[in-house]
Design a protein. Structure first.
Length: 280
């Protein structure tokens, strides 16, 4: 699940972006003090196909910078010419602070050269106003494709990360991630997955997957596997159990599969690890 912040000084344009794009069936966090606008966003947005949610909005660059700092969205749709702080200033300020979000800038034809300065700041796309049907959706889709490709590459790197870097004691800031980790700790022996945990927490699987990865640097499945392996490693150190007993205690009903996973993650077979840590 990706968050989108709309920064646009013209209310009609801002509401048009928010209300006319297809945003349905998503878990949305809406920050808006006007009830009519807030309800309008909640009930009329339908970004199901884009797998996004509107996390907040702002009417100028100064407000936008504050909203973005607070919400840390993945995607920001912003106008260029705005009061109090323009779009280029806002993006430059956020970049200086380490923000690496994806920006889509909206610009009038006469602002094209001005928009080029924003491109130097690493914006992902710029669209000419007035927007044509599908322009913004296509821009967001391109960004999501980039983000998903990045996730795939990080997943590949993650799978190659040594188990010894895994820290199961690191505290999570997000309450749902904290509860999900608690579920893993308490039920790692059982057949649990992100779908069942998300259902118990009454949130979408997509949202939990996104925030879990963002908080822990691991997917739910990898975190569960690593946690089980940490348990297995501790049991093997104790030396009181056979490998098949360790497999069962760590949540694996198939000893051969456990051994294969252990060697893949730890680098050596369970029996060899046990011999090494016991000094044999």
């Amino acid at each position: 699940m990706y968050k989108v912040v709309v920064v646009e000084d013209e209310s009609m344009v801002r509401k048009g972006i928010i209300l006319t794009i297809d945003w349905s069936a998503l878990d949305c966090v809406v920050v808006e003090d006007e009830e009519i606008a807030r309800k309008g966003i909640i009930f009329t947005i339908n970004w199901d196909a884009l797998n996004c949610m509107i996390a907040g909005e702002a009417a100028n660059g100064e407000e936008g910078a504050e909203v973005i700092r607070r919400l840390s969205p993945d995607i920001i749709v912003t106008d260029l010419k705005m009061p109090r702080m323009d779009g280029v200033e806002m993006i430059a300020k956020l970049r200086e602070q380490g923000n690496r979000a994806k920006f889509i800038i909206l610009t009038a034809y006469g602002d094209f050269k001005y928009a080029q300065s924003a491109v130097k700041l690493g914006v992902s796309d710029y669209l000419l106003k007035p927007l044509k049907d599908g322009d913004l959706e296509q821009a967001v889709t391109r960004i999501i494709d980039q983000l998903e490709e990045g996730d795939r590459l990080r997943q590949k790197e993650e799978e190659e990360t040594p188990i010894f870097r895994f820290n199961a004691d690191r505290k999570a800031k997000n309450k749902y991630v904290e509860q999900a980790i608690k579920q893993i700790r308490e039920h790692y022996k059982e057949d649990i997955n992100i779908s069942t945990v998300a259902e118990q927490l009454q949130i979408s699987e997509g949202y939990l997957s996104r925030v879990f990865k963002k908080e822990t640097d691991y997917t739910f499945t990898t975190y569960l596997s690593y946690y089980r392996m940490k348990v297995a490693m501790e049991l093997l150190k104790e030396g009181n159990l056979k490998v098949y007993e360790v497999a069962d205690a760590a949540g694996y009903s198939d000893t051969a599969y456990f051994s294969a996973q252990f060697k893949k993650i730890v680098g050596i077979a369970p029996s060899e690890y046990q011999d090494r840590v016991r000094g044999h």
